[in-house]
Design a protein around this ligand. Structure first.
Ligand SMILES: [Zn+2]
Length: 152
């Protein structure tokens, strides 16, 4: 299952990436362009726009997200599409959707503050953003919500 979100759902996109799903956010595209990309790449469109045109003749799946609240949005995806935690959890860059690489201390030396290298042991790297990620305290909040919604 792959997704494409419009500009109404930037935050949700990040969270679906946390779960491990390939999720493009195309804020610079208009609706017809989003539809073409979705069909080309076999992606489900997620939007808050209740009038998003759904041409039934097209091989296209559009899900109108009914809630503003992030937790409710995730629950809707769970109920409606069976979205859940995947084996690729936390292996996608939440910013750009690229796959992250697990990297070692030698690789990140000079890229992150020295105290991070001393205190953390697991690092992931996005070559598109040139950004190193590590398990910080913010991850506890993310994991908590994921557990609440998906019981995983
Ligand atoms: Zn990235």
């Amino acid at each position: 299952m792959k997704f494409i979100v419009d500009e109404t759902l930037g935050k949700l996109a990040k969270w679906i990436r946390f779960l491990g799903y390939d999720t493009e956010s195309c804020f610079q595209l208009d609706n017809p362009e989003i539809m073409i990309k979705a069909m080309d790449e076999n992606r489900i469109i997620l939007t808050r726009e209740t009038d998003f045109s759904q041409n039934k003749n097209l091989n296209l799946q559009v899900v109108i997200i009914e809630f503003d609240n992030l937790k409710e949005q995730l629950l809707q995806l769970k109920k409606q599409l069976g979205v859940t935690v995947t084996p690729e959890q936390f292996m996608r860059c939440s910013i750009c959707n690229s796959e992250l690489k697990v990297v070692d201390r030698a690789f990140i030396t000079g890229k992150v503050p020295p105290y991070i290298i001393k205190t953390k042991s697991k690092f992931k790297y996005c070559s598109t953003c040139n950004k190193v990620f590590w398990e910080g305290t913010h991850l506890n909040g993310i994991k908590k919500l994921i557990k609440e919604v998906f019981d995983a």
